[in-house]
Design a protein around this ligand. Structure first.
Ligand code: 2PG
Ligand code: MG
Length: 418
């Protein structure tokens, strides 16, 4: 499928910060458009977004250079080339043209937008739903829809740091469908809205991903609140609705100590601390329980929690095949948080996914804290049969677009699922 033209557009994400949208027109006239998200609690090893650095526009965060790279260099290199016809071809040329290990020259924002827009155009051309196109890319049939992990409480970089940890998510485990999961999560969320009014005299205001952000005294207090809300909604904590936590500990790791307050902890103390959470609360997944460069201690965390909670690597792995390989060899974790924009092309994200699966890891597909109304993540999660999605809370259209798309896919596939 030959590309006829690539065009870029600077748009705004859910934080009002610029990001990139690309449209790919094929020779047949078919087009596909895709927008890329942008993180705030980013890993140091992530692919790099190209930002203009012009202080007169969006405090230097404009994306005109990335857009110009799509309109000119990428368009010139990829258009009209009959030999560049598959996702693998497109992504290889994108990476080669960029020439840096982290997509810094052309920008991971420009590159991923083109990679995704091409996938969408291909799906339209093939007359298959996008999720089916992704499944065909993987070469594995869709086995089930993902389970949802939904933000209830937020802290860290997504909520002004009122508590150091980043996300307390609810996992509607006893739900049999996406629809049931959303109904359950909505009931728990409503209880949380009531709880923060009662306990903190706070209005319903939300953090970057739509989670509630009460000034709790500690992470433990947030977990207690979550359990209270699950019960108040009529569910059994753990059995019906469990918890997942993004500790995001790279962001409170200083001088080899984990500063969760009051006394900064060594890695071994932090492991004992996190293990205590898993003993006391119905937590089934711990993301970034240790810092991104604390490779030495991750295997101990993983061993301590094996069989009790998933050890999910986000900043540690950055969806980077080399880091994932290292994580597998070191037995540092047993689950991958996959964010396509951490690596920059769909093909590399697919390689990351395959590596994780070959090691029998669980996979969660995740949005970013700055996201857009584009819903491709839902199709990717279904097409690649992710175990979980992490798409934010049940407010704000950039989050709901993913849930709404999952609802539509579920309805479309009803009767076809095992
Ligand atoms: C994370 C993500 C999503 P960000 O840390 O997992 O919650 O945050 O997009 O800011 O990196
Ligand atoms: Mg994270």
């Amino acid at each position: 499928m030959t590309i006829r033209r690539l065009t870029g557009l600077e748009i705004l994400d859910s934080r009002g910060c610029p990001t990139v949208r690309a449209t790919c027109a094929l020779a047949s006239g078919t087009t596909g458009t895709a927008s890329v998200p942008s993180g705030a609690s980013t890993g140091a090893a992530e692919a790099v977004e190209l930002r203009d650095g012009d202080p007169a526009r969006y405090a230097g965060r404009g994306c005109r250079k990335a857009v110009a790279n799509i309109n000119h260099e990428l368009n010139r290199a990829l258009s009209g080339r009959a030999d560049i016809a598959t996702q693998a071809d497109v992504d290889r040329v994108l990476a080669e043209l960029d020439g840096t290990p982290n997509k810094a020259r052309l920008g991971a924002n420009a590159i991923l937008a083109v990679s995704l827009a091409f996938a969408r155009a291909q799906a339209v051309e093939r007359q298959v739903p996008l999720y089916q196109h992704f499944a065909d890319m993987l070469g594995t049939p869709i086995r089930h829809l993902p389970r949802l992990t939904i933000n209830l409480f937020s802290g860290g970089k997504h909520a002004g740091g009122q508590v150091p940890i980043q996300d307390v998510l609810i996992v509607p485990r006893s739900a049999r469908t996406i629809d049931e999961a959303l109904v359950m999560a909505s009931a728990v969320y409503a209880q949380a809205v009531a709880l923060i009014r009662r306990e903190y005299d706070m209005r319903w205001l939300t953090a970057d991903e739509g989670g509630l952000a009460p000034p709790a005294a500690s992470a433990e207090q947030l977990f207690e609140h979550a359990v209270t809300c699950i019960r108040a909604a009529g569910f059994e904590p753990g059995r019906d609705v469990a918890l997942a936590v993004d500790v995001a500990s790279s962001h409170f790791y200083r001088d080899g100590r984990y500063d969760l307050g009051p006394t900064p902890m060594t890695a071994q103390q932090m492991i004992a601390h996190v293990s205590g959470w898993v003993e006391r609360f119905p937590i089934i997944s711990i993301e970034d329980g240790l810092a991104e460069d604390d490779w030495e201690d991750w295997p101990d965390l993983c061993a301590a929690l094996a069989g009790k909670a998933l050890i999910l690597g986000d900043d540690l792995l950055c969806t980077n095949p080399q880091r994932i390989q290292r994580g597998i060899e070191a037995r540092a974790c047993n689950a991958l948080l996959l964010k396509a924009n951490q690596i920059g092309t769909l093909s590399e994200a697919l390689e990351a996914y395959r590596l994780a699966r070959a090691a029998n890891w669980s996979v969660t597909l995740s949005v970013r804290s700055g996201d857009t109304e584009d819903d491709w993540l839902a199709d990717l999660a279904v097409g690649w049969t992710a175990d979980y999605t992490k798409a934010g809370s049940l407010t704000q259209s950039e989050r709901l677009s993913k849930y709404n798309r999952l609802l539509a896919i579920e309805t479309e596939r009803r009767g076809n699922m095992s």
